[in-house]
Ligand binder design. Sequence first.
Ligand SMILES: [Zn+2]
Length: 444
Amino acid sequence: MSEILIKNADTILTMDDTRQELTGADILIRDGQISQIGHGLNTMGEVHDASGCVVTPGLVNTHHHLYQTLTRAVPGGQDALLFGWLKTLYPIWARFGPTEMFTSAQIGLAELALSGCTLSSDHLYLYPNGSRLDDTIAAASELGLRFQPTRGAMSIGESDGGLPPDSLVEAEADILEDMIRVVDAFHDPSEGSMCRVGLAPCSPFSVSRDLMRDAALLARDKGVMLHTHLAENDEDIAYSEAQFGCRPGQYAEELGWTGPDVWHAHCVKLDGAEIDLFARTGTGVAHCPCSNCRLGSGIAPVRAMRDQGVNVGLGADGSASNDNGNLMLEARQAMLLQRVANGADAMSSREALEIATRGGADVLGRPDCGRLQRGKRADIAIWDMRSIESAGSWDPAALLLAGPMRVKHLFVEGRQIVRDGQITTIDLPRVIERQNRLAMALQN
Ligand SMILES: [Zn+2]
């Protein structure tokens, strides 16, 4: 049995069922789980002094394309809209292989960890030159982050009227076969699982109706979750109406893509009926505010979604469209965008942080994560309130108004991944160096 005690936290934002906030309190971790929260706790094990700090659940990232950290700020894509942006980047991604996938995933996940993220999803939908989902799973496992990779896919290439070049699409039979392989090899459904695999055709415009339906059937058969991009911008809605004769929500519903085991990225353009559909069916949303701003897609109706009871989590989205992978900045942006759309009282700092923690965990089907509560996983972020961003703050718990955007300490399943702002599990400077070498090679 191993114990760790986090002692004397100025404030603990538990995000438990009553959203309890404790002051001067402690958290006792035993074997990767939270065993007690309260005052005056003791242990014979390791003790971490958290005085001067705010403690929150680890943040949860519900949408990312980790491989894209290798193509940040590519000149031709810097100022393009979604479809033009994709067309610029596809030929570059077509040159990736296993090393690019592994390294870019480590960079993306390390960047998330430094911003307080303990659980991340990933959406990998292209597999050039022998790349496999296995490459990103190895990267997450070495770093020690809880990981929910999804086996993405594209099957409609340029010659069939699709957007991606033919070299980046796969035959649908091969896609389904590999989906089965990765679920059987890596999916762990148990409580406290460090790796759960989902199925994720890239978007309704890059795979056939058959593959959408078959993936949904397969996911139900295997007991895994489903993920895709939906209703991202006006072009996306126009495409759906022209190709399928209906709005994205109806398309999703017809093919089995609604339910508590499904979450859709973006959903910027959902209308009232679609929000109602998501609420009724328990379908989740990965809200990606920075990406939506970066690509000019619009402001997702998050206030309306939350008011209707839709599960909403946050997504950093691929670094090529963000370009930052800081989940605290994402949470702050979510709060600010709802205020732009609906006024200054539309979303509080605490609510945005709730979306970033508990909300994301619920979207990913992880009620064992995202809250600091007895019996839940010990995924914990500790924020230093002696930082410059908090100096003069009257309410340290209002982290997204006046708090650090980088974590001081981070624990995943009770294991310390970040200590004093530094990653403990991998040699990050070396990985950054390798990533820069790979990016340079892709430019030549
Ligand atoms: Zn995306």
